[in-house]
Design a protein. Structure first.
Length: 294
């Protein structure tokens, strides 16, 4: 049984949708929860938690505002002494085909999802390092992992969060900070116009939140990308094929295209532990031994 008693969690954008469901579940498992959102939804969720016997406080403001976020973290530390869990969940959509998308909307979506998550994570990073414990979840999306028509801004932001997770999982490891991604599918206001009603009925946020609870638990993995929806769960990986090595300095593009089949062969595909593994893999195929200077 996952017990979050004594833990303090911040869930961004938890005035509704998936965030609300995560916050309610964390509170039911004993965590004290900071419910962040732009609007009055935050207070409503705090009331729901309190009515059910849990402990929560609201933090109404935008995660894009670093001053607000710092204040949210500082007041949480003053009130409850620690922050153990951060779920970067807040988000918006500004869907349009790339041809019709303004750069303002591109920037706005990057700002909320990617910069918002970076700002919140930065604010809890030192307290988590100092206490030697932290659980951070980035909310990515199948749109970022695989692409979706009309979501160039959102997909870029969501894949940015995967990169942020990959590096922070490495940097946080020795401080007991584990960082993971959730790629949810759920019937929330964000999905209303995207999926038909029958499918929306199958996709309740409560079906996703157990995956997030697992990611913030004491025995959480780190550097996982878990996909969740309708009670189904999968892991996504960024992989590297065994690939080829071409002779010649430099090798020829024509030979590269000629050997595309072998290049793309997924037999023996790797999941690198870190970016340098690509260089190691390549230098090894070139007959050299990879050494890292620092
Ligand atoms: N619903 C899905 O199927 C799905 C799929 C993939 C990813 N996601 C991601 O899951 C997360 C939650 O989405 P949802 O479906 O629950 O949507 P939602 O719109 O119901 O919830 C998002 C919440 O974030 C809040 N928010 C937006 N901008 C904010 C800001 N600047 N500061 C603070 N709060 C802000 C909104 O007010 C809203 O309450 C998002 O990051 C979304 O991209 C959702």
């Amino acid at each position: 049984m996952i017990d979050l008693t004594g833990r303090v969690a911040i869930v961004t954008g938890s005035g509704g949708g998936l965030g609300r469901s995560h916050a309610l579940l964390f509170a039911r498992r004993g965590a004290r929860v900071v419910v962040n959102d732009l609007g009055a939804g935050a207070e409503a969720v705090v009331r729901e938690i309190s009515d059910a016997g849990g402990v929560a406080r609201s933090a109404r403001g935008s995660i894009t505002d670093a001053t607000f976020v710092q204040h949210m973290v500082d007041t949480t530390l003053e009130a409850w002494g620690r922050v153990d869990i951060l779920v970067n969940n807040a988000g918006i959509l500004r869907d349009k085909s790339f041809a019709k998308m303004s750069l303002e909307d591109f920037r706005l979506v990057i700002d909320v999802h990617l910069m918002g998550a970076a700002i919140c994570t930065k604010a809890v990073w030192e307290p988590m390092r100092a206490q030697g414990y932290g659980r951070i979840v980035m909310t990515t999306s199948s749109s970022g992992l695989y692409g979706n028509f009309g979501q160039a801004n959102y997909a870029a932001a969501k894949m940015g969060l995967v990169g942020l997770m990959q590096t922070l999982a490495l940097e946080g490891a020795k401080y007991g900070i584990r960082v993971n991604c959730i790629a949810p599918t759920a019937a929330t206001q964000m999905m209303q116009d995207i999926l038909p009603d029958a499918q929306l009925a199958m996709l309740q946020p409560e079906q996703v939140s157990p995956a997030v609870l697992a990611l913030v638990s004491e025995h959480a993995p780190t550097r996982a990308i878990i996909c969740a929806g309708a009670g189904a769960f999968e892991l996504a990986h960024i992989t590297l094929t065994q690939g080829i090595h071409l002779p010649g300095q430099p090798p020829s593009a024509e030979n590269l295209l000629a050997q595309w089949g072998e290049l793309a062969d997924r037999q023996g595909e790797l999941v690198p532990d870190q970016g340098f593994d690509q260089s190691r893999h390549e230098l090894t195929k070139a007959g050299l031994v990879f050494t890292q200077q620092k």
